[in-house]
Structure formats: structure tokens, C-alpha cells
Design a protein around this ligand. Structure first.
Ligand code: SF4
Ligand code: SF4
Length: 332
């Protein structure tokens, strides 16, 4: 059994090691037993490993992820994960961000990462097979194969597509549902509203990434308070939704392919990365996408495919401007 709330290990990447360790310990002391990290989150696994030293292993539920599509790399990520965490098993190991058909096909091909996951489960290195995705239709197809014990999908009150079919499906299949981006990847400022919205749904575990103990303290007190989500809350939520409505990239990648090879969702979500991650890491991860975005020929093919009618070429320009300002600010 996991706690009602998980701890998402992205933001501790930006903290010095000692501070990160003390945040993770503090979170565990608050009764949060579910820690979620990933190979892709820089030194997050290592910091969590330091923090859990001396804590009874089976009092914790630890989840991590690998973005690898081939078996060899996947298994090397898992071994590194176990070494960094200082444990001989993880509870959930997730195929990370299975959001495109191409990635899906590579993972499930002979010699793909899924074979590695099965092997790791047999060897006792992984208790439960899981995956994460930003594409609800693709994820639902994978869920229906019956191969996985848990799924991680984005779900919050502006990005609520998962509530329609994916969450009921997870419950029907008795799968765990880890709720990614409970605050909309940094877009929702009201923890109270965002968390109470999610708590209306049984069978899901919100997975907020936090870097300050005060943030988790606030979240835990919202959980413990059990204040219901009211009609007045719904009105506030509706107006926030309206405000964000046409500006919110769901990272579904339905807008692809772009003839200029622009990673549209990476560019449109760069502001949220800037808010949450160490700048050097954002610069390293997003520079190429941003440079490509400057080559947009405004053909409009992407916007025509976006189910959320995002004005993509205009938004790309806005995000590139935010990037340039951040780079200039950092150099000053
Ligand atoms: S408008 Fe720009 S981003 Fe969209 S498909 Fe055309 S070139 Fe790519
Ligand atoms: S721009 Fe639209 S289609 Fe592309 S990833 Fe974002 S929400 Fe999906």
C-alpha cells in the first residue's frame, strides 16, 4: 500500500545534495512512503538513495524509470538505479514516456526494453512492471494488454482527459494509477484546489514534485483535512481552465510530424522546465529544440492537428523569447 500522496523526484535535482537528502527524509517523516524518480532526473536517484539509508526498505515503495528503448540500455539503467538507491530491488520500474507509436514499437520489438523489464521482474530486481506516457489513447492500448501493474499519466484539473476513460480502466484492471503533473507541470499555483480536485478520485496517487518541505507539509495538511471539493471550488476551477484554455500544451504530440523537425511539445513546455529544473540542465536539454524552433516556417500543419487548437507557431515564438530572456538573464 502506498501513501495517499507520492513524492516526485524531479525538483530535488536542483538542490545541493545535503539539502535534497534532508527534504526526502523530512517527506518520509511526514508519512509519505511512495518515492518516484527516474534515470533521466540527473542525480535524483542518488540523492534519494542517500536519504533512505538506514530506513527499513520494505517500509518504502520506490518507483523509477528508464527512457531506454533497447533491452541492454534499459537493464544498464536499472542496475545503475539499484546502485544509486542502495537497494537490490525497486517496487515499480517504468518504461519512461511511452508517448509515440515509434517508441512503443521499439520497446516491444524483440531485443526491446520490455524484454528487459520482464527479465528484471523474474530476477526479483523489479516487483511490478509499469510505464508512463503522455498519450492517453496509446497508454490505454498498453494497459489493455494486461502486461503492467501500474501506469503513470498526466492528470490535473486542466488536463483532465484521464478521468474519462483511463482512470476507470485502471480501476477495472486493478492497476495502480500514478498521477503525473498534479499541478499542471507548474501552471496551477493553488495546491489546495489542485490537490482537493484530485482527491475526489479514488484509486489514483497524485505525484507532486516538490523541493521544499513546506510544500509537502501544505500538501499533506490538505490531504489530512479532507475538505471536500465544493461547487464554489468548481467555479474557480472553471475560470482557471478558461484562462489557461488555449495556452496549455498537453504533450500528446498529435501535432507531429513537423516538416522542420521541431520538437514542438518540448519547446511549448520549456517555461515549466525553467521553473522546476536547474537552469544548466534545462539549457543542456532544450537548447537544440529551441534552436530548431527558430526555423519554423509557419506552415500551420501542426496547429491543424492539435486537438486543443493551440496557436502553435505563435506560441513557439513566445517560448523562444522566454528562452532568450532567461539565457540573457543568466549571463548577466
Ligand atoms: S508551423 Fe512551424 S512548427 Fe508547425 S509544422 Fe509548420 S514548421 Fe513545424
Ligand atoms: S501542441 Fe497540441 S498537439 Fe502538440 S503536443 Fe501540445 S497539445 Fe499536443
Amino acid at each position: 500500500m502506498v501513501s495517499r500522496i507520492a513524492f516526485g523526484g524531479i525538483p530535488i535535482m536542483r538542490l545541493p545534495k545535503e539539502e535534497a537528502v534532508s527534504v526526502v527524509r523530512g517527506v518520509i517523516d511526514m508519512g509519505v512512503n511512495f518515492l518516484d524518480t527516474a534515470n533521466a532526473y540527473s542525480d535524483s536517484e542518488e540523492k534519494i538513495g542517500q536519504a533512505i539509508k538506514g530506513i527499513e526498505r520494505d517500509s518504502l515503495v520506490i518507483a523509477s524509470k528508464s527512457t531506454a528503448t533497447d533491452k541492454k540500455t534499459f537493464l544498464s539503467h536499472l542496475d545503475l538505479c539499484l546502485e544509486r538507491l542502495g537497494t537490490d530491488y525497486v517496487d515499480f520500474y517504468q518504461l519512461h514516456n511511452v508517448s509515440s507509436r515509434a517508441k512503443h514499437d521499439a520497446i516491444f520489438a524483440p531485443g526491446g526494453a520490455y524484454e528487459g523489464l520482464v527479465e528484471a521482474e523474474r530476477a526479483g530486481k523489479v516487483r511490478f512492471k509499469a510505464f508512463s506516457s503522455h498519450s492517453i489513447p496509446l497508454a490505454m492500448g498498453i494497459m489493455k494488454t494486461g502486461k503492467f501493474a501500474a501506469v503513470q499519466l498526466p492528470f490535473n484539473f486542466v488536463d483532465d482527459e484521464a478521468s474519462k476513460e483511463a482512470i476507470p480502466l485502471a480501476i477495472k484492471l486493478d492497476m495502480g494509477f500514478i498521477c503525473m503533473k498534479p499541478f499542471g507541470g507548474g501552471l496551477l499555483d493553488s495546491a489546495d484546489l489542485a490537490i482537493r480536485y484530485l482527491l475526489q478520485f479514488d484509486g489514483i496517487v497524485p505525484d507532486p514534485g516538490i523541493e521544499k518541505l513546506s510544500e509537502m507539509r501544505e500538501i499533506v495538511s490538505i490531504v489530512n483535512e479532507r475538505k471536500p471539493f465544493s461547487e464554489a471550488d468548481k467555479k474557480v476551477m472553471d475560470s482557471l481552465r478558461k484562462e489557461l484554455g488555449d495556452r496549455w500544451c498537453h504533450r500528446c504530440d498529435y501535432c507531429q510530424p513537423c516538416p522542420q523537425g521541431i520538437g514542438i511539445s518540448s519547446v511549448l513546455t520549456v517555461e515549466s522546465m525553467i521553473k522546476r529544473m536547474p537552469l544548466e540542465r534545462v539549457f543542456a536539454m532544450a537548447r537544440e529544440s529551441i534552436e530548431r524552433a527558430r526555423c519554423c516556417i509557419e506552415c500551420g500543419a501542426c496547429a491543424a492537428r492539435c486537438p486543443y487548437s493551440l496557436p502553435i507557431p505563435r506560441l513557439l515564438k513566445e517560448k523562444v523569447a522566454v528562452w532568450d530572456k532567461t539565457v540573457a538573464g543568466n549571463a548577466a
